[in-house]
Write a protein of this length. Structure first.
Length: 127
């Protein structure tokens, strides 16, 4: 299995300022990357402009209720999958077969994948 190298700052991996994805290691001169794409750079700029208009601080965030609800639903599904897997592992003990372990792993991955791809979009303006 190969592991993609990610940039680290002070021992922690560097992440995109907008989407929080890990940034690849940068070699050579120049400033370190802050964004993984031009799209993320643009959304960050838009959000800072909007925050200035609404006079909110960097620590405050405006999220659409629908997107927050979807995120909570996905987190709940993942928590349930973790609970189910822990219970199944405890029930199986040391005699779990490779097939059973694979089914548990698949269940966890199915619950986690929507979160991996989830993104919260920038607000588009007053509703």
């Amino acid at each position: 299995m190969t592991k993609t190298e990610v940039a680290r700052a002070g021992g922690e991996e560097r992440r995109c300022r907008w989407c929080r994805r890990a940034l690849p290691v940068r070699t050579g001169r120049g400033r370190p990357k802050e964004f993984c794409s031009q799209r993320c750079r643009q959304w960050d700029w838009v959000s800072r402009q909007r925050a200035a208009e609404l006079e909110i601080s960097d620590g405050e965030l405006i999220v659409a209720r629908r997107e927050l609800d979807e995120l909570h639903d996905q987190l709940y599904m993942l928590a349930c999958a973790v609970d189910d897997t822990e219970r199944d592992l405890a029930d199986a003990g040391t005699r779990a077969t490779a097939k059973e372990l694979r089914e548990m792993l698949d269940w966890l991955l199915d619950a986690a994948k929507p979160l991996r791809e989830a993104q919260i979009s920038a607000p588009t303006g007053p509703s």
